[in-house]
Ligand binder design. Structure first.
Ligand SMILES: Cc1ncc(COP(=O)(O)O)c(C=O)c1O
Length: 374
Protein backbone atom coordinates (compact mmCIF):
# COMPACT_ATOMS: atom_id res chain seq x y z
CA UNK A 1 0.00 0.00 0.00
CA UNK A 2 1.18 3.56 -0.70
CA UNK A 3 -0.39 6.16 1.55
CA UNK A 4 0.07 9.87 1.01
CA UNK A 5 0.66 12.26 3.88
CA UNK A 6 -1.65 14.95 2.49
CA UNK A 7 -3.93 14.94 -0.52
CA UNK A 8 -6.42 17.47 -1.84
CA UNK A 9 -9.94 16.06 -2.18
CA UNK A 10 -11.04 17.15 -5.64
CA UNK A 11 -13.75 15.94 -8.00
CA UNK A 12 -15.85 16.59 -11.06
CA UNK A 13 -17.53 19.60 -9.41
CA UNK A 14 -14.25 21.52 -9.27
CA UNK A 15 -13.53 20.62 -12.91
CA UNK A 16 -16.96 21.87 -13.92
CA UNK A 17 -16.36 25.14 -12.03
CA UNK A 18 -13.07 25.64 -13.87
CA UNK A 19 -14.79 24.90 -17.16
CA UNK A 20 -17.32 27.62 -16.42
CA UNK A 21 -14.48 30.10 -15.86
CA UNK A 22 -13.05 29.01 -19.22
CA UNK A 23 -16.45 29.47 -20.85
CA UNK A 24 -16.65 33.01 -19.45
CA UNK A 25 -13.06 33.45 -20.65
CA UNK A 26 -12.23 35.31 -17.47
CA UNK A 27 -9.67 33.54 -15.31
CA UNK A 28 -7.83 36.44 -13.60
CA UNK A 29 -9.04 38.71 -10.80
CA UNK A 30 -12.77 38.83 -11.35
CA UNK A 31 -16.31 38.05 -10.22
CA UNK A 32 -15.51 34.62 -8.77
CA UNK A 33 -12.92 36.16 -6.46
CA UNK A 34 -15.59 38.61 -5.21
CA UNK A 35 -18.09 35.81 -4.74
CA UNK A 36 -15.58 33.62 -2.90
CA UNK A 37 -14.63 36.53 -0.63
CA UNK A 38 -18.27 37.16 0.23
CA UNK A 39 -18.94 33.49 0.94
CA UNK A 40 -15.77 33.12 3.00
CA UNK A 41 -16.65 36.20 5.07
CA UNK A 42 -20.07 34.68 5.72
CA UNK A 43 -18.58 31.28 6.54
CA UNK A 44 -16.33 32.61 9.29
CA UNK A 45 -18.65 35.44 10.31
CA UNK A 46 -16.28 38.26 9.27
CA UNK A 47 -17.32 41.70 8.09
CA UNK A 48 -14.84 41.53 5.23
CA UNK A 49 -12.60 38.96 3.53
CA UNK A 50 -9.97 39.57 0.84
CA UNK A 51 -8.64 36.83 -1.43
CA UNK A 52 -4.87 36.46 -1.92
CA UNK A 53 -2.68 34.06 -3.83
CA UNK A 54 -1.37 32.54 -0.54
CA UNK A 55 -1.45 32.81 3.22
CA UNK A 56 2.15 34.00 2.96
CA UNK A 57 0.91 37.04 1.01
CA UNK A 58 -1.91 37.51 3.54
CA UNK A 59 0.53 37.49 6.47
CA UNK A 60 2.82 39.95 4.68
CA UNK A 61 -0.01 42.40 4.03
CA UNK A 62 -1.60 41.87 7.45
CA UNK A 63 1.54 43.29 9.05
CA UNK A 64 2.03 45.90 6.32
CA UNK A 65 -1.34 47.58 6.92
CA UNK A 66 -0.16 48.75 10.33
CA UNK A 67 2.89 50.56 8.89
CA UNK A 68 5.05 49.71 11.89
CA UNK A 69 8.36 51.58 12.01
CA UNK A 70 11.30 49.56 10.74
CA UNK A 71 13.11 47.56 13.42
CA UNK A 72 10.14 47.05 15.76
CA UNK A 73 9.59 43.54 17.12
CA UNK A 74 6.91 40.93 16.49
CA UNK A 75 6.30 37.95 18.78
CA UNK A 76 5.92 34.70 16.84
CA UNK A 77 6.07 31.00 17.80
CA UNK A 78 9.25 29.16 16.92
CA UNK A 79 7.08 26.17 15.98
CA UNK A 80 5.55 27.36 12.73
CA UNK A 81 6.06 27.35 8.98
CA UNK A 82 8.60 29.76 7.54
CA UNK A 83 5.93 32.13 6.20
CA UNK A 84 4.75 33.38 9.59
CA UNK A 85 8.20 34.69 10.45
CA UNK A 86 9.19 35.59 6.87
CA UNK A 87 6.26 38.02 6.82
CA UNK A 88 7.95 39.82 9.71
CA UNK A 89 11.22 40.12 7.78
CA UNK A 90 9.39 41.26 4.60
CA UNK A 91 8.17 44.20 6.68
CA UNK A 92 11.67 44.98 7.99
CA UNK A 93 10.61 44.03 11.49
CA UNK A 94 12.35 41.74 13.97
CA UNK A 95 11.00 38.29 14.89
CA UNK A 96 11.03 37.39 18.56
CA UNK A 97 10.65 33.62 18.82
CA UNK A 98 8.44 32.23 21.55
CA UNK A 99 8.57 28.69 22.93
CA UNK A 100 5.64 26.26 22.82
CA UNK A 101 3.24 25.14 25.48
CA UNK A 102 4.40 21.58 26.28
CA UNK A 103 0.88 20.14 26.06
CA UNK A 104 -0.89 22.04 23.26
CA UNK A 105 2.25 23.15 21.34
CA UNK A 106 0.67 26.59 20.85
CA UNK A 107 2.36 29.78 22.08
CA UNK A 108 3.70 29.36 25.61
CA UNK A 109 2.07 32.32 27.34
CA UNK A 110 4.69 32.44 30.10
CA UNK A 111 7.53 32.61 27.61
CA UNK A 112 5.53 35.16 25.62
CA UNK A 113 5.36 37.40 28.66
CA UNK A 114 9.09 36.97 29.28
CA UNK A 115 10.02 37.77 25.67
CA UNK A 116 7.85 40.89 25.49
CA UNK A 117 9.51 44.28 25.68
CA UNK A 118 8.53 47.84 24.82
CA UNK A 119 9.71 47.49 21.20
CA UNK A 120 7.13 44.79 20.47
CA UNK A 121 4.29 45.96 18.23
CA UNK A 122 2.43 42.76 17.36
CA UNK A 123 1.95 39.10 18.18
CA UNK A 124 1.21 36.34 15.65
CA UNK A 125 -0.49 33.36 17.29
CA UNK A 126 -0.47 30.23 15.11
CA UNK A 127 -3.26 27.73 15.73
CA UNK A 128 -0.79 24.90 15.27
CA UNK A 129 -2.31 21.83 13.54
CA UNK A 130 -5.63 23.61 14.10
CA UNK A 131 -5.54 23.56 17.88
CA UNK A 132 -6.68 26.94 19.27
CA UNK A 133 -4.28 29.19 21.12
CA UNK A 134 -6.08 30.33 24.33
CA UNK A 135 -7.22 33.59 22.75
CA UNK A 136 -9.35 34.56 25.76
CA UNK A 137 -6.05 35.00 27.66
CA UNK A 138 -3.84 36.17 24.81
CA UNK A 139 -6.12 38.95 23.55
CA UNK A 140 -6.41 40.93 26.82
CA UNK A 141 -2.69 40.37 27.47
CA UNK A 142 -1.84 41.81 24.03
CA UNK A 143 -4.36 44.66 24.18
CA UNK A 144 -3.04 45.86 27.53
CA UNK A 145 0.37 46.15 25.87
CA UNK A 146 -1.03 47.85 22.77
CA UNK A 147 -0.01 44.95 20.53
CA UNK A 148 -1.75 44.16 17.24
CA UNK A 149 -2.83 40.54 16.84
CA UNK A 150 -2.51 38.68 13.55
CA UNK A 151 -3.79 35.10 13.67
CA UNK A 152 -2.12 32.56 11.42
CA UNK A 153 -5.06 30.28 10.60
CA UNK A 154 -3.31 28.24 7.91
CA UNK A 155 -4.11 25.01 9.79
CA UNK A 156 -7.70 25.82 10.61
CA UNK A 157 -10.82 26.67 8.64
CA UNK A 158 -14.10 27.05 10.38
CA UNK A 159 -13.27 26.25 14.01
CA UNK A 160 -15.22 28.18 16.59
CA UNK A 161 -13.38 28.72 19.84
CA UNK A 162 -15.41 29.89 22.84
CA UNK A 163 -18.07 31.32 20.54
CA UNK A 164 -15.76 33.20 18.13
CA UNK A 165 -14.27 31.89 14.88
CA UNK A 166 -10.52 31.43 14.90
CA UNK A 167 -9.28 34.32 12.77
CA UNK A 168 -11.65 36.84 14.33
CA UNK A 169 -10.24 37.03 17.84
CA UNK A 170 -7.42 39.35 16.82
CA UNK A 171 -7.19 42.19 14.31
CA UNK A 172 -6.65 40.13 11.15
CA UNK A 173 -6.90 36.40 10.45
CA UNK A 174 -5.02 34.72 7.58
CA UNK A 175 -6.05 31.40 6.00
CA UNK A 176 -4.31 29.15 3.48
CA UNK A 177 -5.81 27.23 0.57
CA UNK A 178 -2.54 25.66 -0.50
CA UNK A 179 -3.04 22.09 -1.68
CA UNK A 180 -2.29 20.38 1.63
CA UNK A 181 -4.73 22.42 3.64
CA UNK A 182 -8.28 21.73 4.88
CA UNK A 183 -9.60 22.98 1.57
CA UNK A 184 -7.68 24.12 -1.46
CA UNK A 185 -7.64 26.41 -4.46
CA UNK A 186 -4.29 25.01 -5.66
CA UNK A 187 -2.57 27.95 -4.05
CA UNK A 188 -4.52 30.69 -2.37
CA UNK A 189 -5.25 32.53 0.82
CA UNK A 190 -7.72 34.79 2.51
CA UNK A 191 -7.47 37.54 5.09
CA UNK A 192 -10.42 38.55 7.26
CA UNK A 193 -11.23 41.23 9.77
CA UNK A 194 -14.13 42.68 11.67
CA UNK A 195 -12.46 46.09 11.48
CA UNK A 196 -13.06 47.07 7.83
CA UNK A 197 -11.10 50.33 8.28
CA UNK A 198 -7.95 48.17 8.50
CA UNK A 199 -8.61 46.95 4.94
CA UNK A 200 -8.99 50.48 3.53
CA UNK A 201 -5.99 50.05 1.24
CA UNK A 202 -5.82 46.29 1.09
CA UNK A 203 -7.48 45.81 -2.31
CA UNK A 204 -4.87 48.09 -3.84
CA UNK A 205 -2.06 46.47 -1.85
CA UNK A 206 -2.96 43.02 -3.13
CA UNK A 207 -3.17 44.13 -6.78
CA UNK A 208 -0.11 46.24 -7.69
CA UNK A 209 -1.57 49.36 -6.10
CA UNK A 210 -4.74 49.48 -8.17
CA UNK A 211 -8.09 49.57 -6.47
CA UNK A 212 -10.55 48.98 -9.20
CA UNK A 213 -13.06 46.35 -10.21
CA UNK A 214 -11.31 45.06 -13.30
CA UNK A 215 -14.17 42.82 -14.31
CA UNK A 216 -16.65 45.70 -14.34
CA UNK A 217 -14.22 47.96 -16.20
CA UNK A 218 -13.71 45.31 -18.86
CA UNK A 219 -17.42 45.07 -19.40
CA UNK A 220 -17.65 48.86 -19.60
CA UNK A 221 -15.26 48.96 -22.61
CA UNK A 222 -18.16 48.01 -24.80
CA UNK A 223 -21.12 49.72 -23.16
CA UNK A 224 -22.22 53.01 -24.63
CA UNK A 225 -22.69 56.04 -22.35
CA UNK A 226 -19.36 55.54 -20.62
CA UNK A 227 -16.93 58.33 -19.91
CA UNK A 228 -13.68 58.38 -21.82
CA UNK A 229 -11.68 58.02 -18.59
CA UNK A 230 -13.04 54.58 -17.72
CA UNK A 231 -9.49 53.17 -17.99
CA UNK A 232 -8.00 55.54 -15.44
CA UNK A 233 -6.64 54.49 -12.08
CA UNK A 234 -4.63 56.31 -9.48
CA UNK A 235 -1.74 54.76 -7.57
CA UNK A 236 -1.70 55.80 -3.93
CA UNK A 237 -0.16 52.84 -2.16
CA UNK A 238 2.61 50.38 -2.89
CA UNK A 239 0.94 47.20 -4.06
CA UNK A 240 2.05 43.64 -4.75
CA UNK A 241 0.91 41.07 -7.27
CA UNK A 242 -0.82 39.04 -4.58
CA UNK A 243 -4.38 38.69 -5.82
CA UNK A 244 -6.34 35.46 -5.99
CA UNK A 245 -7.65 34.68 -9.48
CA UNK A 246 -10.97 33.43 -10.82
CA UNK A 247 -9.66 29.97 -11.65
CA UNK A 248 -8.55 29.44 -8.05
CA UNK A 249 -11.68 31.08 -6.65
CA UNK A 250 -13.88 28.82 -8.81
CA UNK A 251 -12.24 25.80 -7.19
CA UNK A 252 -12.50 27.47 -3.78
CA UNK A 253 -16.25 28.05 -4.09
CA UNK A 254 -16.82 24.34 -4.67
CA UNK A 255 -14.37 23.34 -1.94
CA UNK A 256 -16.09 25.64 0.53
CA UNK A 257 -19.35 23.76 -0.06
CA UNK A 258 -17.52 20.51 0.68
CA UNK A 259 -15.52 21.85 3.62
CA UNK A 260 -17.94 20.94 6.45
CA UNK A 261 -18.14 17.30 5.26
CA UNK A 262 -14.36 17.12 4.75
CA UNK A 263 -13.85 18.50 8.26
CA UNK A 264 -16.20 15.87 9.70
CA UNK A 265 -14.22 13.12 7.98
CA UNK A 266 -10.92 14.52 9.30
CA UNK A 267 -12.35 14.53 12.83
CA UNK A 268 -13.44 10.89 12.44
CA UNK A 269 -9.95 9.95 11.29
CA UNK A 270 -8.34 11.74 14.24
CA UNK A 271 -10.66 9.94 16.66
CA UNK A 272 -9.59 6.65 15.07
CA UNK A 273 -5.93 7.65 15.35
CA UNK A 274 -6.29 8.47 19.04
CA UNK A 275 -7.97 5.11 19.73
CA UNK A 276 -5.63 3.26 17.40
CA UNK A 277 -2.40 4.41 19.05
CA UNK A 278 -3.65 4.13 22.62
CA UNK A 279 -1.48 1.79 24.60
CA UNK A 280 1.34 1.67 22.05
CA UNK A 281 4.52 2.22 23.98
CA UNK A 282 6.82 5.07 23.03
CA UNK A 283 4.09 6.88 21.06
CA UNK A 284 1.62 9.56 22.11
CA UNK A 285 -0.54 12.06 20.21
CA UNK A 286 1.32 15.23 19.29
CA UNK A 287 -1.04 17.43 21.28
CA UNK A 288 -4.37 17.47 23.08
CA UNK A 289 -6.58 16.93 20.05
CA UNK A 290 -10.29 17.63 20.50
CA UNK A 291 -11.73 16.31 17.23
CA UNK A 292 -15.36 17.20 16.67
CA UNK A 293 -14.86 20.39 18.63
CA UNK A 294 -12.08 21.86 16.50
CA UNK A 295 -10.86 21.24 12.97
CA UNK A 296 -7.33 19.89 12.47
CA UNK A 297 -5.20 20.02 9.36
CA UNK A 298 -2.48 17.71 10.71
CA UNK A 299 -2.32 14.70 12.95
CA UNK A 300 0.98 13.83 14.52
CA UNK A 301 2.60 11.84 17.27
CA UNK A 302 5.56 12.22 19.56
CA UNK A 303 7.71 9.14 19.23
CA UNK A 304 10.66 8.16 21.42
CA UNK A 305 12.43 6.54 18.44
CA UNK A 306 11.37 9.05 15.83
CA UNK A 307 13.85 8.32 13.06
CA UNK A 308 13.59 4.53 13.31
CA UNK A 309 9.81 4.69 13.26
CA UNK A 310 9.81 7.02 10.25
CA UNK A 311 12.07 4.64 8.33
CA UNK A 312 9.86 1.70 9.31
CA UNK A 313 6.70 3.48 8.10
CA UNK A 314 8.44 4.52 4.92
CA UNK A 315 9.41 0.89 4.26
CA UNK A 316 5.69 0.07 4.51
CA UNK A 317 4.76 2.75 1.96
CA UNK A 318 3.39 5.18 4.53
CA UNK A 319 4.43 8.78 4.01
CA UNK A 320 5.33 10.81 7.11
CA UNK A 321 6.62 14.29 7.83
CA UNK A 322 7.84 16.52 10.63
CA UNK A 323 6.17 19.87 11.21
CA UNK A 324 8.37 21.68 11.91
CA UNK A 325 12.02 22.23 12.58
CA UNK A 326 11.59 25.15 15.01
CA UNK A 327 12.43 28.39 13.22
CA UNK A 328 14.68 29.55 16.04
CA UNK A 329 17.23 26.90 14.98
CA UNK A 330 17.01 27.62 11.25
CA UNK A 331 20.11 29.39 9.92
CA UNK A 332 17.98 32.19 8.42
CA UNK A 333 16.42 33.03 11.77
CA UNK A 334 19.16 32.02 14.22
CA UNK A 335 20.45 35.58 14.32
CA UNK A 336 17.39 36.50 16.37
CA UNK A 337 18.05 34.08 19.17
CA UNK A 338 18.19 30.37 19.73
CA UNK A 339 16.13 30.60 22.84
CA UNK A 340 13.17 28.27 22.74
CA UNK A 341 14.70 25.32 24.63
CA UNK A 342 11.56 23.21 25.06
CA UNK A 343 10.46 23.08 21.44
CA UNK A 344 13.98 22.91 20.04
CA UNK A 345 14.43 19.62 21.91
CA UNK A 346 10.89 18.26 21.77
CA UNK A 347 10.45 18.67 18.00
CA UNK A 348 12.99 15.85 17.57
CA UNK A 349 10.16 13.47 18.54
CA UNK A 350 7.57 14.72 16.06
CA UNK A 351 6.11 12.62 13.28
CA UNK A 352 3.22 13.82 11.15
CA UNK A 353 1.01 10.95 9.97
CA UNK A 354 -1.26 10.80 6.91
CA UNK A 355 -4.41 12.90 7.23
CA UNK A 356 -6.74 13.95 4.46
CA UNK A 357 -10.46 13.75 3.83
CA UNK A 358 -10.12 10.85 1.35
CA UNK A 359 -8.09 8.62 3.68
CA UNK A 360 -9.85 5.26 3.88
CA UNK A 361 -10.51 3.11 6.95
CA UNK A 362 -8.49 0.25 5.39
CA UNK A 363 -5.56 2.61 5.02
CA UNK A 364 -5.86 3.64 8.66
CA UNK A 365 -5.97 -0.02 9.74
CA UNK A 366 -2.83 -0.63 7.71
CA UNK A 367 -1.14 2.33 9.44
CA UNK A 368 -2.12 0.95 12.88
CA UNK A 369 -0.84 -2.53 11.94
CA UNK A 370 2.44 -0.97 10.86
CA UNK A 371 2.74 1.06 14.07
CA UNK A 372 2.02 -2.05 16.17
CA UNK A 373 4.56 -4.08 14.23
CA UNK A 374 7.19 -1.47 15.07
C1 LIG B 1 1.40 27.83 9.78
C2 LIG B 1 1.47 28.24 8.34
N1 LIG B 1 1.45 29.55 8.03
C3 LIG B 1 1.51 29.98 6.77
C4 LIG B 1 1.58 29.09 5.73
C5 LIG B 1 1.70 29.61 4.34
O1 LIG B 1 0.62 29.24 3.55
P1 LIG B 1 0.68 29.42 1.97
O2 LIG B 1 1.33 28.21 1.42
O3 LIG B 1 -0.78 29.52 1.58
O4 LIG B 1 1.42 30.66 1.69
C6 LIG B 1 1.61 27.72 5.97
C7 LIG B 1 1.70 26.76 4.87
O5 LIG B 1 2.00 25.60 5.00
C8 LIG B 1 1.55 27.27 7.32
O6 LIG B 1 1.58 25.98 7.62
Amino acid sequence: MKIRLFKPSLGEEELQAIKEAFDRSWIGLGPKVNEFEEKWAKYVGAKIAIGLNSATAALHLALAVFKFPEGKKVLVPSLTFSSTASAILYNRLIPVFVDSNPVTLGLDLNDLDKKYDKDCVAVMPVHYCGHPVPMEILVPWARSRNLKIIEDCAHTSGSIYKGISLGLWGDIGCYSFEEKKLMTTGDGGMMVTNKPELFKDIKAMRWVGIEKNNWKTAQAYTTTNIDAMHWFYELNVLGYKYNLNDLAASIGLVQLEKLPAMNVRRSEIIKQYIDGIEGLSGISPLLTYEPGKYVYQMFGIRAAKRDDLMIHLKSKGIATGCHYTPLSVQPLFKTWGNNCPFIEEEANKFITLPLHADLKDEELDYIFDSLRAF
